[in-house]
Ligand binder design. Structure first.
Ligand SMILES: Cc1cc2nc3c(=O)[nH]c(=O)nc-3n(C[C@H](O)[C@H](O)[C@H](O)COP(=O)(O)O)c2cc1C
Length: 205
């Protein structure tokens, strides 16, 4: 049982990383393995809508971890996205990375796997970013795991994050809930449901 965490902040060991690390530790206490990936602190290309991934199942850009993370996601039972809040949204790097990741990946690999996101801000824009990131899951048939509050932590430095005791508790509850649901899924061992044939209508006449 494994959870994959992706840090969408360019700050490698900043507040988002600290929040994801708190979750990682709590998952370990529940007997769940996890790994944190990092979008990196170099510019991340956005999706250029070339549709190359439709032919190969991979993003055409190979100079970052999108394709590596996509392969790892196929083996994971849960996915947790993290981002710092930049101008009341996910960071540019996170948006570019997650757009390409969720567009290029084979969606059947994600069906009914659990998803959650966490956001880190100094002061405001947390829930807008939370809403933004949850949409990656809800377009991929991934149930969103919730906690006792919206998954936000506040601060500018990792030390600040630990002072946000309610935020830390929220992340721990989230980790416990994700671990519980993953265990339920394994215990139930029910085949995935069928779905109607795919249709795509573009609202044009
Ligand atoms: C370009 C930029 C924009 C930011 N915009 C916001 C914002 O809209 N609201 C906010 O509360 N904090 C904002 N911040 C602060 C960070 O979101 C906050 O300190 C966060 O916890 C940093 O997480 P990190 O260390 O993982 O990058 C911004 C920081 C940067 C660099």
């Amino acid at each position: 049982m494994k959870v994959l965490l992706i840090n969408g902040s360019p700050r490698q060991k900043g507040c988002t990383f600290t929040g994801l690390s708190i979750i990682k530790d709590q998952l370990a206490q529940n007997g769940i393995d996890s790994e944190i990936y990092q979008v990196g602190n170099k510019p991340v290309a956005g999706c250029i809508a070339c549709l190359g991934c439709r032919k190969t199942g991979k993003c055409v850009f190979n100079d970052d971890l999108v394709n590596t993370v996509a392969e790892a996601m196929k083996e994971a039972d849960g996915i947790i996205l993290g981002s710092a809040v930049h101008f009341a949204s996910a960071t540019g790097a996170a948006t570019s990375f997650f757009d390409r990741l969720f567009y290029s990946i084979d969606k059947t690999a994600l069906k009914l796997k659990f998803g959650a996101c966490i956001v880190s801000c100094r002061r405001g824009g947390a829930t807008a970013t939370f809403d933004q990131l949850n949409k990656y899951f809800t377009i991929c048939q991934m149930p969103v795991v919730s906690s006792s509050y919206w998954n936000q932590i506040h601060g500018y430095t990792p030390e600040d994050v630990y002072k946000d005791e309610e935020g830390v508790r929220t992340l721990k509850v989230l980790a416990n809930n994700m671990a519980y649901l993953i265990k339920c899924k394994y215990a139930a061992n029910i085949p995935l449901p069928d779905e109607p044939e795919r249709v795509m209508t573009n609202f044009i006449r």
